[in-house]
Design a protein around this ligand. Structure first.
Ligand code: PMP
Length: 347
């Protein structure tokens, strides 16, 4: 059903077959098939190319069947694969909200795919399904929607999103990297309704494991098959699979961390809003706040000099004067507030 959207060379691709794929299912104890070393177990062996055990655990937690899950080296891997599977370089284009996460555009450039942007509302960063659909033509293969959006922090309106999902005939990627911090229903719950939707999740945000580089894509088994065909054979290493498996044994901890972020976010909003240099604090459903200030470059530099790093978004479309501030621990947040309160004072 999605074959007409896939690049012809990918449709015709005969994927690499791993040594271990060829004997699968039969018991064995002498492995002389993959030119591995006989020493240094367990690291001498190639990891499971399809991460089946880990997918079973994720499936139970996310309520998505294992056949509908792709795991990659961060969700950045899934973003790049979307281009490589669906977009013919120099011919096809994609459409994205603006501003949004920078890698959609960078991967478009790397893959030589035209990247069309549709500005969000300058008032509240709302998206317009009409505007997105109007930006499409017969060569538009993908629409990128990030919700909650980075760097604006807001949820995209669900009716607008639904319109894009029903009216656009290509692939719609909904990036829910920050979805755990939002009160909205996760979009992955609607996978069955939208066979051309790909939902991105990550271990890097609420699951507090950015260093292990593990991202998830949820989509129809048909789409996931193409991801599996095109990805590097052993794209998720053993250490990452082990670390993720350990993490998922303690879901209470994840919930506690997320609640702490939400609590601190609610606390930080009014504290920031009352500072003299703050012009606006935007509502956020993510683990960061977009804050417009009187002089973003100067305040950014001032904070750096005090060892506090925030993200300067001053030169990003519709974010002029904006700093993106991640919610940290209570102590870190208080240190930031104390430094900002001293801004402009000699001591
Ligand atoms: N999507 C969004 C919206 C992000 O902000 C980020 C990282 N900041 C990513 C995806 C990439 O996450 P990962 O660490 O899984 O590659």
């Amino acid at each position: 059903m999605i074959e007409h959207l896939v690049r012809k060379n990918i449709l015709a691709l005969k994927p690499y077959s791993c040594a271990r794929d060829e004997f699968k299912g039969r018991p064995a104890h002498v492995f002389l098939d993959a030119n591995e070393s006989a020493h240094n177990a367990p690291y001498n062996r190639y990891p499971d190319p399809l991460q089946e055990q880990l997918k079973e655990r994720i499936s139970a937690i996310k309520g998505v069947s294992a056949q509908s899950i792709f795991l990659g080296n961060g969700s950045d891997e899934a973003i790049d694969l979307v281009y490589r599977i669906f977009c013919e370089p120099g011919v096809d284009n994609v459409v994205a909200i603006e501003p949004t996460y920078g890698m959609y555009g960078v991967c478009a450039d790397i893959n030589n795919v035209e990247y069309r942007t549709v500005p969000l509302s300058a008032v509240d960063y709302a998206m317009s399904a009409d505007a997105l659909l109007q930006a499409c033509d017969e060569h538009t293969k993908v629409i990128w929607i990030c919700t909650p959006n980075n760097p604006t922090g807001n949820d995209m309106d669900r009716r607008e999103l639904q319109r894009v999902l029903t009216e656009f005939n290509g692939i719609v990627v909904v990036d829910e990297a920050y979805g755990d911090f939002s009160d909205m229903q996760p979009v992955r719950n609607y996978l069955q309704h939208f066979p051309r939707m790909i939902v991105l999740n990550t271990f890097s945000k609420a699951w507090a494991s950015a260093s292990i580089r593990l991202g998830m894509a949820f989509a129809s088994p048909e789409i996931i098959d193409f991801f599996n065909k095109v990805k590097y054979p052993y794209n998720v290493n053993l250490l990452t699979q082990q670390a993720a498996t350990e993490l998922l044994k303690n879901m209470d901890r994840l919930e506690r961390w997320t609640n702490e972020v939400k609590h601190e976010r609610a606390h930080m909003m009014p504290c920031l809003a009352e500072l003299s240099m703050v012009k606006q604090v935007y509502p956020s459903a993510a683990n960061f706040l977009l804050v417009k200030v009187t002089d973003a470059d100067a305040i950014y530099k001032y904070l750096i000099e005090r060892g506090i790093v925030v993200r300067n978004r001053n030169r990003v479309a519709l974010c002029q004067g904006g700093l993106r501030i991640t919610i940290g621990t209570k102590d870190e947040n208080n240190e930031l507030l104390a430094a900002l309160r001293r801004y402009g004072h000699a001591f």
